[in-house]
Design a protein. Sequence first.
Length: 369
Amino acid sequence: MPEMLGSSPSMTALLDPSHPSPAMTSPRQKPTPRPSSAFLTVDPEKEGKQVGFLMIPHSPHDDAWGATRIPVAIIKNGSGPTAILEGGNHGDEYEGPIAICDLIRDLDPGRVQGRLILMPANNVHAVIAGQRTSTVDGLNFNRTFPGDPRGTITQQISAFVSDHILPLGDAFLDLHSGGSSLDIIPSAIVEPTDDPQLHKRNVAAVQAFDAPMTVVIANLGEPRTATATACRQGLVTVGTEMAGAGTVTLDALKICRRGVANVLDHLGIVRRDKPEPRRGDGQVLELPGTAAYVYATADGIFEPFHANGEKVSAGQPAGKIHCTWDPTRPPETLHYAADGILYGRRQPGRVRPGNCCLIVVAPYRGVLS
């Protein structure tokens, strides 16, 4: 059986809103900023609410001295922790950016104790196009960290976030969904870290989000993500996956809005008027390495055999790939490589070899406290 956070006294203390914010308990070594031409039109140290831009100067054919503008809002009131909220890391993931824009428009600065740095469209060219990767340089923003201030537009954005935004923060919320190609059970994500104390604080903050699932995702050790970079810099880090399938899912949007409010309350930055009853069951799951993934092995149309949330077993048939333009060819059957719960399914039915068709989660085998 997976461990339950509610059964651990140390976790209970960490999740108690009256407990001092865990985000502020250890000093951090901040990176030395690299030379950059990028700049902010807002002042992070100014009290009140400001809405402006991160400006990335560039010089394309039709705009010799132009700039890419990434929206940034800062809400600051008195002393307290700083939380950075990122949306639009991928341009086809919508619930997080909507929740962040709600805060920018509606949050009274008087309710803030500390500072919020709100960035709803960091991969802005991809956001405008409604696609995962940038239309300018074709890069996946979440595989460019810590970036390059002398690189392409996407690399310059991630470099500025790494060098100038993350060092301002105590906590980082990176709000994703499954995008156009995956439909994922709404979940809050723990980014693994080698620091046991930071891991404990991350788990507590992710559990405070109170999504239907809590999942530890290591991305097979990938170091170039925003959350991996935030953890290396010592920030309490919360990720999400909010459904996807290329649309806004109503239930996932409610979960995201509520979860963001829960985490900000947990951090002591924006207190709720009254405590929210917990809805999650405390179960912590993980992607069990490469066995989590079921990849297409042929060109065709994928027929899944199970719905998200169903229990599955290693060796069990997972689905078939049909070649409908060659009806004499028998379908190719795919199989699960791990026991667990079906966590995500490919959303387009059309597949090619190497496409991720299914994702399985299993009980977390690591240490929580």
